[in-house]
Design a protein around this ligand. Sequence first.
Ligand code: AMP
Length: 281
Amino acid sequence: MKILRHPHEVFPPIDYARREGASIGLVPTMGALHAGHYALVRQSASQCDKTVATIFVNPTQFGPNEDLSRYPRTLETDLEGLAAAGADFVFVPQESHLYPRGFSTFVEPPTVSLPLEGTFRPGHYRGVATIVLKLFNLIPATTAFFGRKDYQQFLTIQKMVEDLNVPIRVEACETIREADGLALSSRNRYLSPGDRSRAVGIYRSLQSTLKVFETGVRKTAALEAVLTQTLEESGIHEIDYARVVDAQTLQEIESVSSPAVALIAARLGATRLIDNWILQT
Ligand code: AMP
């Protein structure tokens, strides 16, 4: 696995492989890697001739009161894990190389980025869309892999690629979970033992809603009531949102007649967790 540190180093070898006819998979991450990230790398390695992972804690997607400085950084073990998962290249840029003094151009993200996370984390998807487009320009990949765990992020990237005619395919990968159902997240390590046991309530809430949905309940208000009630019963009271919305547009719906998605964002102590489940019609 070749480690590339400077933006000048990254384009030529990938471009060369591409010209030789290789398909290139790209897996952008912020490091502090876990089995969810490695599953993306393995999925890329199984489908593409070469896989490029990136590790960069992107400052422009963090709000002023968010956890940029305390975001976990575990580079050495990340690199070992990436090599074992089958990455061929890893791009580990410095902040000053991607955002040099005077940097001032940003991507205006699509409307699908506005509700939900967009409301609670203003500017977040502007930062995400900007860094992802920069990575797409630096790394001429054929397919980029994103986790369904960050469902609104996946839709935002997919729409940006469509709207801006970026020549890359965007693929979603299933959410990898702990044995009890909690979605793996770099932030889980910050949960106190008590918060960790309450956190499974997020998964439980999505499953209770799915069960009710499968009995034929279609009214959004009724489904959202189950989402919220299960969270509360699990001791999760700081709920940013617990919604059922259209799975493509994330717009509000009165009842579910085409695929929908249940999405939750909740805070446990100082840690904010998100998760979602698709409701297939
Ligand atoms: P992050 O490092 O949090 O920016 O995540 C990098 C990529 O890994 C994103 O595409 C995430 O959606 C994906 N990811 C994070 N957690 C999981 C998970 N539990 N299962 C699958 N993919 C994940």
